[in-house]
Ligand binder design. Structure first.
Ligand SMILES: Cc1ncc(COP(=O)(O)O)c(C=O)c1O
Length: 368
């Protein structure tokens, strides 16, 4: 049935949905395309889930705590903030959606940097909000002056940025806050892997919102938990437009258990950043330009046997990796990303497989 059959709003009829990375259901893939954690969550998570379900699952009859109160308190403790500074979401995508619901609309533009997380333009389009695009150049440094000139009442930026992995200093973020009068959302999905994060800035910048996720460093992508940190008045606005039961009982229990085991996560984050730095160095040693990553992925510009780089070369390597059942991400839609591949950091053994595939590429031509 064609979508013209239904009287949808015109901006929905025009909308292109967000394209998530492939999620193969069969086994045997080296899956390095959506920046998931290569290690399991803290063992306390499975214990907490068993406890929550109980012997017969009876607790699942009941709705979850609509305010995620215990989890809010755990997040607040984790960051040295107050519960009033925290809002829990069904993944950080839920929080980003709430932010656009509050600040974006036909008469209120949504600003975002490009290239960055490609959900922001989709959320703006869903709200029928005009997009104010702020372009990076190839240095991928924060375009502070361009951001401060942006007329949108809300701007999203990702730090460390995706898909480049480049992190922005708090000095750069404060320079933006000094000149930009609107609400600045810093999406810190990858901050646990970074040198610095913007949480200390919250105390003196009420127009700053930080979003976080437990999908990456905390290995809980399958449960969907994210949160916002901000001034209590701004959290109150987001709370008005939130679904009452937006976070399931199991997700709340698992997230509390995960945040209760910081030593476990410090160890796996150290392992992932060690693997990342070794893999990035190996890419650079091939003569491939590679951005310094502060995230759990590496963005590298492959060169073929003739030394050529570009979108066709990147696509050819992507396709070659697929023949070895290695899944990475190629972003052909922007000139600054099309010559690159983004490789999530897996285990050392997985990165060895990628390195072996890089060495075997391009495959020898078939005999005539
Ligand atoms: C920059 C960025 N923000 C947010 C998200 C979404 O995270 P969540 O799983 O919490 O919805 C992602 C996921 O890839 C991301 O890359």
């Amino acid at each position: 049935m064609s979508d013209t059959t239904f009287p949808s709003l015109p901006h929905i009829a025009r909308l292109h949905a967000y394209t998530p990375g492939l999620q193969p259901t069969e086994l045997g893939w080296t899956k390095l395309n959506t920046n998931e954690c290569p290690y399991p969550p803290s063992p306390r998570v499975a214990e907490a889930l068993h406890h929550e379900i109980g012997a017969d699952g009876a607790s699942l009859r009941l709705y979850p705590d609509p305010k995620s109160s215990r989890l809010r308190a755990a997040v607040a403790r984790h960051h040295g903030l107050r519960e009033e500074n925290v809002l829990i979401g069904n993944g950080s995508d839920d929080i980003l959606n709430l932010l656009v619901r509050v600040f974006g609309g036909p008469a209120a533009a949504v600003g975002f940097t490009v290239p960055s997380y490609s959900l922001y333009p989709v959320l703006a389009a869903m709200a029928d909000a005009p997009a104010q695009v702020i372009e990076f150049d190839r240095t991928m440094q924060l375009p502070v002056a361009a951001i401060t000139r942006c007329p949108a009442p809300v701007i999203f930026l990702t730090s460390p940025n995706a898909p480049t992995g480049v992190g922005f200093t708090n000095d750069a973020i404060e320079a933006v806050l000094a000149g930009y009068p609107g609400v600045l959302v810093v999406d810190e999905a990858y901050a646990p892997f970074a040198r610095e994060n913007a949480v200390p800035l919250l105390a003196r910048h009420p127009r700053l919102v930080i979003t976080r996720t437990l999908s990456k460093a905390h290995a809980l992508a399958g449960l969907r938990v994210g949160y916002a940190l901000a001034d209590p008045a701004l959290i109150g606005l987001l709370d008005r437009v939130r679904d009452s039961y937006n976070v399931s009982r199991l997700a709340q229990a698992a997230a509390i258990a995960a945040l209760g085991d910081p030593a476990y996560y410090a160890a796996i984050i150290a392992r992932i950043t060690g693997t990342r730095d070794a893999f990035a160095a190996a890419c650079a040693a091939r003569g491939w330009f590679t951005y310094p990553s502060e995230a759990n992925f590496v963005f590298t510009e492959p060169r073929d046997a003739a030394g050529a780089a570009g979108p066709v070369v990147a696509r050819a390597l992507y396709d070659f990796l697929l023949t070895r059942r290695i899944l990475v991400r190629h972003f052909p839609g922007h000139a600054l990303t099309a010559p690159f591949l983004r490789v999530s950091v897996g285990t050392d053994a997985e990165m060895d497989l990628v390195n072996q595939a890089f060495t075997a590429w391009p495959p020898p031509a078939p005999p005539p």
